[in-house]
Design a protein around this ligand. Structure first.
Ligand code: TEU
Length: 532
């Protein structure tokens, strides 16, 4: 390992959805003390940072993504002291804290918005986006909300529309107003002063909208009106770059800090364009979240991402988050985890920061809910076409005890019924569990610099089921071979593999030496070779 370890570049970031990780109070909702209790588990797993989904006070219309106070902790998660304690305890284990900042919009219960809607002359009025109705009383333009319907909500008291990209309880802030910008930059400083090392910026590319409020052009293809628009004017406006550079300056005043942006409707090129020394350190590329379990589309996503970033911007990879079905549900077959080992090996051996999502390491499956039990408002609205995001937000499965050891009370979302067998405690004991696979591979990654710093070269094998690539750094080379098929495959590699030996495999392999350039792979095998 180089001695200039940069945690966000060389390490692994683990996302926690705090409501669902560990409840220490018996409320049915996870909390900060619960996370602190589980730091040893996270340290054993081998992660370097925790990204916490929002922990600010929130009326929970969008479960934390509607914030009513940026500089406080929601009492359901604990106190500011609990948060400071979490930072201090995590720091002892070399784990940094990344906060999720939701700065495109506030909750409609935020004092700024409550004030703004009082009158057109209110000092906070211009902190949000208000427009008169068009002459027929309709919204001022055709912009749609991501979560359905017009993006404009009529305020009958003050007789103007306000704009909301998401739910109507999430009014968008006016980042063009310098007072707003300063207030939001102060939010960064507030958390940096507490020892927070990184930020994940929710839908940052929506901060600035067209100043002339022009209509988006429309197209014929798309399921919903939102998707039948070409979003020229409601986000990705050029003035955003100035905001990003302001943010970067604030964050750069503190050592070892990091900002990763969630690019809404991002392409690799778009995401790359928002990164750089003056802008964000990184942005997400979500192609893996949408990809099929097949080498070709995954390789296409990797190549596009690498090309767009052009060598100077550091990639990252994410297979799971709180908005999408889990890989275990998308890729897994029944309760079998072998394919998940292949997916884990991919994300942990590519060139780029791996982002893991709580429960991914034990292969948690999405829960299924009856319509009447759905909590996510977009799930209620679009059922049965779209069932919302509750499925991937179920309580962490710690053990086989009541409520999977998550809480002594009824959890806010049901625990997946497979918890009696599938839980962290069992998987710690089982030698070949998914959890132990993640742990071993994370140790291997930490002790093999080529997997972190090495370049990325595809190795063309002769099987469409196998993805093979090499990572080389400072004279050492590692070859990763992933069999995406559940069946055995013999592959012929285009170079002499006699120079390599087996360093890591998902199955027992003897002897450890390879002959010539052909390898017989078991179904779903992960094979990592080191060149001697
Ligand atoms: O997500 C933005 C976003 O792209 C999602 O809303 C996506 O369209 C949706 O989940 C459908 O799959 C961020 C947060 O990650 C999400 O949880 C919030 O609801 C949203 O912003 C609003 O803050």
């Amino acid at each position: 390992m180089k001695n200039d370890f940069v945690w966000w570049r060389d390490g692994v970031i683990y996302q926690i959805y705090p409501r669902s990780f560990k409840d220490s109070t018996g409320s049915g909702i996870g909390d900060l003390k619960g996370i602190t209790e589980k730091l040893d588990y996270l340290s054993d797993l081998g992660i370097d940072a925790i990204w916490l989904s929002p922990i600010n006070p929130s009326p929970d219309v969008d479960f934390g993504y509607d914030v009513s106070d940026y500089c406080a902790i929601d009492p359901k998660f604990g106190t500011m002291q609990d948060f400071e304690h979490l930072i201090a305890e995590a720091d002892k284990l070399g784990i940094r804290i990344v906060m999720d900042l939701v700065l495109n919009h506030t909750s409609d219960q935020h004092p700024w918005f409550k004030s703004a809607r009082r009158s057109r002359d209110d000092s906070c009025r211009d902190w949000y986006i208000w427009q008169d109705a068009d002459p027929s009383g309709k919204p001022p333009n055709n912009w749609h909300a991501v979560f359905g319907g017009s993006g404009w909500e009529w305020d009958s008291e003050t007789e103007q529309y306000y704009y909301h990209m998401f739910y109507k309880q999430q009014p968008d802030l006016n980042w063009r107003n310098p007072q707003v910008r300063n207030a939001l930059l102060e939010v960064f400083r507030f958390w940096l002063d507490k020892g927070v090392k990184g930020f994940r910026l929710d839908v940052f590319n929506m901060y600035i909208k067209d100043d002339l409020f022009r209509n988006n052009p429309t197209k014929l293809i798309g399921r919903r009106p939102f998707e039948r628009q070409i979003h020229l004017y409601d986000f990705d406006r050029p003035e955003l770059m100035g905001v990003l550079s302001d943010i970067r300056q604030v964050v750069d005043a503190y050592a070892d800090t990091y900002v990763v942006g969630e690019t809404f409707l991002g392409t690799p090129e778009k995401a790359a364009g928002y990164c750089g020394e003056e802008y964000l350190h990184a942005c997400f590329d979500f192609n893996f979240l949408e990809s099929k379990y097949k080498p070709q589309p995954l390789l296409k996503a990797i190549t596009e991402w690498e090309n767009a970033l052009g060598g100077s911007i550091w990639p990252n990879y994410v297979c799971n988050n709180h908005d999408n079905p889990r890989t275990a549900t998308r890729f897994g077959v029944g309760e079998d985890d072998e394919r998940l080992k292949v997916a884990a090996a991919l994300i942990l051996t590519l060139r780029g920061t791996p982002f893991l999502y709580y429960g991914e390491e034990i292969g948690m499956r999405d829960i299924r809910l009856k319509r009447s039990d759905i909590l996510d408002p977009i799930g209620k609205r679009y059922w049965p076409i779209y069932k919302g995001r509750d499925g991937c937000r179920a309580p962490m499965q710690w053990n086989a005890e009541k409520n999977a050891g998550f809480s002594s009370a009824t959890p806010w979302l049901p625990v997946h019924p497979d918890y009696l067998k599938r839980n962290a405690e069992n998987q710690t004991e089982e030698r070949y569990s998914l959890l132990n696979f993640y742990k071993q591979l994370l140790v291997f990654r930490k002790t093999h610099s080529a997997l972190i710093y090495g370049d990325f070269q595809v190795v063309s094998g002769n099987s469409p089921h196998v993805l093979a690539f090499k990572r080389s750094y400072a004279g050492s080379t590692i070859m990763v071979i992933l069999n995406f098929s559940d069946k055995p495959h013999e592959i012929i590699l285009p170079e002499q593999i006699a120079d390599y030996s087996i360093a890591f495999s998902s199955i027992e392999r003897t002897p450890k030496l390879l002959k010539e350039n052909s390898i017989g792979l078991s179904g779903s095998e992960v094979l990592v070779l080191v060149k001697h």
